[in-house]
Design a protein. Sequence first.
Length: 217
Amino acid sequence: MKFFLDTADTSEIRELAATGLVDGVTTNPSLVAKSGRKFTDVIAEICTLTDGPVSAEVTATDAKAMIAEGRHLAKIAPNVAVKVPLTMDGLIACRTLREDGTMVNVTLCFSANQALLAAKADASFISPFIGRLDDQGDDGMQLIRDIRTIYDNYGYETEILAASIRHPAHVRAAALIGADVATMPGSVLRQMARHALTDRGLEAFLADWKKTGQSIL
Ligand code: G3P
């Protein structure tokens, strides 16, 4: 499973990319606004911090303008994945940008039929928003399951990018279903490494090791 960081915070990306666990980055207009930086500058910097796909979202809403914005964003770096919303215009833009040879992430997916359309538009990634579905009492993970089944039924190569991940249990469930990618805040990636029994076990090992008076080097 690939892990993307869902942030436009370049210091956090730099820090976590150094772990070797990060395969790409996703941003959205809200995350860019939170960074307080110029959109194209922040995307250009992120593209130097990872070789993997970096999602940069268009803000136009009609296909023609989305294509123009997408082409502009794609020029920033070869690893830019243009993010378009799951609307009919977004799907048209997706097809055209894919024909240009640009990676496209179709975002704001909340139904299996929307995901089916994105695959037909040759999206590189489909982003179902698990957390936002859970927030309103729906079952986000069922959507991931449905998309996995549909894509496997027809051999679609669009990668399922589980998005709007709130906690490690979301990552675990998405991995069990076979989502290709999970995009998450840095805090979730850090939480995944933690376990109270690991801390307790390590403490006991180190205490016993100290008693031996030895050192490895
Ligand atoms: O970037 C897309 C998605 O991951 C947003 O998540 O937490 O705003 O629902 P969230």
